[in-house]
Write a protein that binds this ligand. Sequence first.
Ligand SMILES: [Zn+2]
Length: 108
Amino acid sequence: MILPKTVRVAGVPIKIVLQELDGDPYGYWSLDRRTIVLDLNLTGKQLRETLCHEMIHAALDLSGISFAKGFPDEPTVRAIETLFLPAWERMQKRLKATPNEKDFKGKD
Ligand SMILES: [Zn+2]
């Protein structure tokens, strides 16, 4: 997998860097540095999932919602990551499999 060096979230350019973290944590997001740091020992699915997790943290921070008093940051990230995204990915595959745009939309 070729890991991009940057990603835009909410229009903000974010650096993606690999560092030796010894797997604890697998990665982290720094709002101050606009950087996602991932353990350089991660590969494949773990690397993708950790990047996804940190990008959700970035989105919640950049939206400002995660600074609301008592906001359950980690459970929210995990719910989006483990419940919403797999459902959305399945839906995207079904949408791509739709042979005719008109069939999907129905008749106007
Ligand atoms: Zn987290």
